[in-house]
Design a protein around this ligand. Structure first.
Ligand code: 9D3
Length: 243
């Protein structure tokens, strides 16, 4: 067996792991040793008798800052060349491109922040990559770490079945999903679109593509613009010649 993809998480709440990553796709992959997860308690690297991991900010202000000496020791204990990532609201947005790259590597070291953040010097000294998962405020980096791990693990070889892997391409293609239906063909007076019952595979594919494009245009103008420039000369969803 080849060496598993390794995730090491540094956190003040190691008991939060594996959490949801112990279930379903990621949980089965964990059991099958396709990846490994170790949660380390940052507090284990505290040195004073109060085991403190934070201190007041130089320059004043609200909240506390995580100490560089404690974090450096925690990082040193797991560092082995894997990318070391600090989950922080000011990080670069996590993207599927970054997820794919991380999944192709040996694994990750994830630092979960609490309090106002970590001392800037440890970010620089350890060359931490800073990543965020969206523009909303959470109470710590643990859930973002789980989000990042879930996104990576599902891409590891052997985690997903062939049927599911194919859908990967549709997000990479830059469009949102078309609507899905199952039986019954009529439910609460709502009919499934006739084309899906026609057995006409080309017509079904065309309908799905058209719906994907419409939904992307309506909900995600940013994705739609990127898709249109990547497919210049391709499908035109509005009037020909329209901006
Ligand atoms: C007063 C400034 N706040 C920044 C918006 C401080 C602050 C709020 C929340 C500092 C840390 C946190 C906890 N959040 C995370 O650690 C976090 C996070 C998030 O809140 N949203 C999206 N992605 C991430 S990654 C880590």
């Amino acid at each position: 067996m080849t060496t598993p993809w390794r995730a090491s998480v540094l956190t003040l709440f190691p008991d939060a792991f594996p959490g949801p990553l112990g279930q379903s796709l990621a949980g089965r992959a964990l059991e099958r040793r396709i990846w490994s997860l170790q949660a380390h308690d940052i507090r284990a690297h505290a040195t004073d008798r109060h085991r403190s991991v934070d201190d007041t900010p130089f320059g004043g202000g609200a909240g506390m800052v995580m100490r560089p000496d404690v974090l450096d020791a925690a990082l040193q204990a797991v560092a082995d060349g894997r990318p070391a990532i600090y989950l922080t609201p000011r990080g670069a947005p996590l993207t599927q491109v970054r997820v794919r790259d991380l999944a192709e590597g040996a694994g990750v070291v994830l630092l979960c922040g609490r309090y106002e953040g970590v001392d800037q010097r440890v970010i620089e000294a350890r060359g931490l990559e800073e990543i965020n998962i969206g523009d909303y405020v959470l109470s710590g980096g643990e859930l973002p770490a789980m989000v990042l791990l879930d996104a990576c693990v599902r891409l590891l070889p052997g985690v997903m079945g062939a049927a599911e892997s194919a859908d990967e391409e549709s997000f990479s293609a830059g469009l949102l999903e078309y609507p899905h239906y199952t039986r019954p063909a009529e439910w609460q007076g709502r009919r499934v679109p006739d084309v899906l019952l026609s057995g006409h595979h080309a017509a079904i594919a065309a309908w799905r593509r058209q719906e994907s494009e419409r939904i992307t245009r309506e909900r995600r103008p940013d994705l739609w613009a990127a898709y249109r420039s990547a497919h210049a000369g391709g499908p035109v969803a509005t009037m020909p010649g329209a901006p």
